[in-house]
Design a protein. Structure first.
Length: 337
């Protein structure tokens, strides 16, 4: 999914990706843009005239074609409040003390308020859960937040409850001294089955809503190790573990697409069929239809987070199993073998 930054022009424009051809316009909007939190919100934008498809207004039910362009007028999106308010939103708490809160984030939960998502976020939920003001480094909308997961990425996150924790955890993440392991379902089978990927990471020059592997020195260094855990469907898909050595926006999604093994369900960066890895899966029309129906978001889960407790200095490791949709798609692919 694509996040909205303040430095992006007033119009957000995106070519319809392969994975969204044939989808309703309102469904595709909610898949492709993090600042569109739901299908109903997308419908309101469409009906207000803020969304154009290849220069024309369309109904929410419009079925998208290949090579069409979606453009959204960002000035039509309501800005977030100056300060977030507590909201009673269920949290899956893994660990909590006076300094940190560790949760297993659910799919669909945005981390903090932003344009188009004024509330209903993790920050709002944590404020209600703790009943106190969270520390910030100057931005109250990101109070307590030291790292983020994409809206549709599930898994382990830590939130700082004290200023000491926020300062220390921010330093750990900046130094990349913490352990971060993800699991993902991807197209194809990697060869070699274990590899370290190192690229330069920055905005896609052809699409400012995406990130890309760019020319050396033009972005930030991105590095991770990828290990194949299981190969499915005769090599048409795999379960991989990704260990991050850096933490760039959309890093896993971008780097896996870069090596030709995009994530299943990733409408923004997948399915990488053009590079060959996804071709065998997409050519099996029956299986591909079932995979598409079972993967309405990128199949990525933050499985392990290891860090040093900001007060005690104790080394802590937190783990969470993937959610039901991830496991169901894994089983679907496993049965095909």
């Amino acid at each position: 999914m694509s996040s909205l930054d303040a430095n992006i022009d007033d119009t957000a424009e995106l070519n319809v990706p392969y994975d969204c051809v044939g989808l309703r316009l309102d469904v595709a909007l909610a898949r492709l843009f993090d600042f569109i939190p739901s299908r109903s919100f997308g419908q309101k934008l469409i009906e207000s005239g803020a969304v154009l498809v290849s220069g024309s207004q369309r109904r929410p039910s419009w079925k998208l074609f290949e090579n069409e362009t979606i453009a959204i007028k960002l000035s039509a999106i309501r800005p977030p409040p100056s300060f977030p308010l507590p909201q009673s939103i269920p949290l899956n708490v893994v660990f909590e003390d006076d300094d940190i809160l560790v949760i297993n984030k659910t799919v669909g939960l945005v981390v903090h308020p932003g344009a188009g998502v004024p509330d209903g976020t993790l920050v709002n939920a944590v404020l209600a859960h703790t009943g106190c003001t969270l520390p910030s480094l100057g931005d109250p909308l990101r109070a307590g937040i030291v790292h983020r997961l994409d809206r549709d990425t599930s898994g382990i996150m830590v939130v700082a409850k004290s200023q000491l924790a926020l300062t220390d955890l921010s330093r750990q993440f900046a130094e990349h001294s913490q352990l971060r392991r993800y699991v993902a379902l991807v197209f194809g089978a990697m060869n070699p089955t274990e590899q370290t990927i190192e690229t330069w990471h920055g905005r896609d020059p052809k699409n400012r809503l995406r990130y890309a592997s760019v020319a050396e020195g033009q972005g930030k260094l991105a590095r991770m190790k990828v290990r194949t855990m299981q190969v499915f469907a005769g090599g048409r898909a795999s379960l991989v573990e990704c260990e991050l050595y850096t933490g760039r926006t959309h890093q896993i999604r971008v780097q896996m697409a870069h090596i030709g093994h995009g994530l299943l369900g990733d409408s923004l960066y997948g399915p990488a069929a053009a590079s060959g890895a996804g071709t065998a899966l997409t050519k099996d029309k029956g299986l591909w239809a079932r995979v598409r129906a079972s993967s309405s978001r990128q199949m990525l889960h933050a499985a392990v987070l290891g860090l040093r407790h900001p007060k005690s200095g104790e080394s802590l490791t937190f783990k969470a199993d993937p959610p039901a949709d991830f496991m169901l798609l894994s089983e679907l692919l496993r049965v095909v073998d």
